[in-house]
Design a protein around this ligand. Sequence first.
Ligand code: PBG
Length: 310
Amino acid sequence: MRRMVAETRLHPADFILPAFVREGVGEPVPIGAMPGVVQHTRDSLKKAAVEAAEAGVSGIMLFGVPEDAKKDALGTAGTDPDGILQVALRDVRAEVGDDLLVMADLCLDEFTDHGHCGVLDDQGRVDNDATLERYAEMAQVQADAGAHVVGPSGMMDGQIGVIRDALDQIGREDVAILAYTAKYSSAFFGPFREAVGSSLRGDRQTYQQDPANWRESLRELALDLEEGADMVMVKPAGPYLDVLARVADAVDVPVAAYQVSGEYAMIEAAAEKGWIDRDRAILEALTGIKRAGARTILTYWATEVARTLD
Ligand code: PBG
């Protein structure tokens, strides 16, 4: 009877797999703070994409990890057609075609030597408008490399409008924008820093939201929609279910939530210690995110969970 009356069901198509691809490695590199997640080689990434598609997962969100020597102040590797993210986009598209939605993280932090999501002014502050120019170019390069969807995650003001214009200018009205709309300055991104070999010192408090606030999420939401977002995201997911529910109530576009690295790490760590039932905790966390209003969930467990659902 519980099965019959359940209001929330998980389905493989609910999930997007975030995946890391690292330049210049011969073997996948395990990420210590995210047991079970690796920095992929180009080959192992292709395999992971095929496995996700076979499990019925909807999409894959790619993050590039360049060689340290290729990081610079402008994040040039992020717009180089031969940069690791662009190479990986082409690899994955060649492998899966349209069987899996191929998405690209559109942000500079993986490619800058200072680790910020944008470029800096002469006083070392993130320069919003100079960053927008970099994002416009990045969107075009990612579209050329085969991204079906771009995911701007840098929280710069005006980023969605600039990216939409840049894509339209090169005739890519077909590339959709998944906007990281309500992204909080969160401690739960901790393990991700290791995952992308981040060079960041300091924090992102000047451009990411304050965990104390939900109103500004609705303001960010209105702006993103006006500027042309096709889908919107709340991130992290678990600690922000109230924000997610409010955003889902307020819009008629698809809403995504990102269960981030720290949410993943907490369950894996507690399970490793035998303090929690891992599989039940994973399903409960994901069900809660969907119940709160997410149409789509980005989760590092995407393929594993999708396989258990069909
Ligand atoms: C920025 C970006 C971050 C994450 C996704 N995109 C890091 C940040 O904003 O500090 C975090 C994802 C996670 O923690 O799983 N490119």
